[in-house]
Ligand binder design. Structure first.
Ligand SMILES: C[S@@+](CC[C@H](N)C(=O)[O-])C[C@H]1O[C@@H](n2cnc3c(N)ncnc32)[C@H](O)[C@@H]1O
Length: 234
C-alpha cells in the first residue's frame, strides 16, 4: 500500500468527482488516480515521453497548471475549482509554511465530506527532515558537499509541523497520520481528533530530537488500516 492505493480507495468510497494534486513532478500518481476530473499543479512538470504521448492521444487525462501552488490559488483557483475539490494530495514544497498554506487553501475549496491527504509527514531520520529556507536546491547542495549525515535519498522536510500545528490550532478539523509511505497526513472537517500537550511555540521551534521523542503524539500516528475504518469500509 502507498499513497496511490489510499487515494484511490478514498476516491472510490467517497464517489469523489474532483481530485487536486499539488506537486505532481513526473505524474506517477496523478496519471493512475481513478477520478473523473484530475487537476495537477506544479511549477515544473517532469513528465516522461511515454506519458506525454499518452496524454496527447487522450489515453491518460488530467489538467495541468504549471505554476506554484500560491500563484494557482491566488489567480486561478476561483475559476478552475469553481465546483470544489473532493480529494486533494498536498505534495508540493516540503516546508512547514508552504504545506500549511497549501492545506489551508485546499480547505477553502474542499467540498462537504472532502479529504486532504498530505505526503511526507513522517520523516524517518534527521537528514530527511532537513529544514530549508526556500528551495530544494539547498538539500542538493548539502548532499553534494557530504553535509547531510544519514542522507538516504528521501527528503520530507518539516511538513510534520503542519500536522502538529493543525492538531493544536484547529479544533474544527480531524487530523491524523497513517504510518506508511513516509507518513500520509489526513485532514478533514470534523471534530478535533486528540488533545496533544504541546504549545504552538514548542511545535514551531521544535527540532528533530523533539519530533523523534514525541512523534506518535505530534502526528496522531495511526496504523495504515485505520483509513478503512475512517472512510467506512468494513
Ligand atoms: C515530491 S514531488 C511530487 C510527487 C508526486 N506528488 C508523486 O506522488 O509522485 C514534489 C513536487 O513539488 C513541486 N513543487 C515545488 N515547489 C512547489 C510549489 N511552490 N507549488 C507547487 N509545487 C511545487 C516540485 O516541482 C516537485 O515536482
Amino acid at each position: 500500500m502507498n499513497r496511490l492505493d489510499v487515494l484511490n480507495m478514498i476516491i472510490k468510497q467517497k464517489k469523489a468527482k474532483t481530485y487536486l494534486e499539488i506537486g505532481v513532478q513526473t505524474g506517477t500518481v496523478i496519471s493512475k488516480i481513478q477520478c473523473s476530473r484530475k487537476i495537477g499543479v506544479d511549477p515544473e512538470f517532469l513528465f516522461s515521453l511515454p506519458l506525454k504521448i499518452k496524454r496527447l492521444l487522450g489515453l491518460v487525462k488530467f489538467e495541468t497548471y504549471e505554476y506554484t501552488s500560491d500563484y494557482f490559488f491566488e489567480h486561478l483557483a476561483k475559476t478552475v475549482l469553481k465546483d470544489g475539490v473532493d480529494v486533494a494530495l498536498v505534495d508540493g514544497l516540503h516546508t512547514y509554511e508552504q504545506s500549511k498554506r497549501d492545506v489551508e487553501n485546499c480547505l477553502s475549496y474542499l467540498n462537504e465530506g472532502g479529504i486532504i491527504v498530505m505526503h511526507d509527514c513522517n520523516p524517518l531520520n534527521e537528514a530527511a527532515a532537513y529544514t530549508i529556507k526556500e528551495h530544494f536546491n539547498e538539500v542538493r547542495e548539502k548532499v553534494k558537499n557530504w553535509d547531510l549525515p544519514g542522507w538516504q535519498g528521501q527528503w520530507n522536510g518539516d511538513v510534520w509541523k503542519t500536522v502538529a500545528d493543525l492538531l493544536v490550532t484547529r479544533p474544527d478539523l480531524t487530523v491524523f497520520t497513517l504510518d506508511m509511505d513516509y507518513g500520509l497526513g489526513v485532514v478533514t472537517r470534523g471534530k478535533r481528533s486528540i488533545d496533544i500537550p504541546f504549545s504552538i511555540a514548542e511545535i514551531q521551534q521544535g527540532d528533530y530530537a523533539f519530533f523523534e521523542k514525541n512523534r506518535k503524539q505530534l502526528l496522531n500516528l495511526k496504523h495504515p488500516k485505520f483509513i478503512k475504518e475512517f472512510i467506512g469500509i468494513a
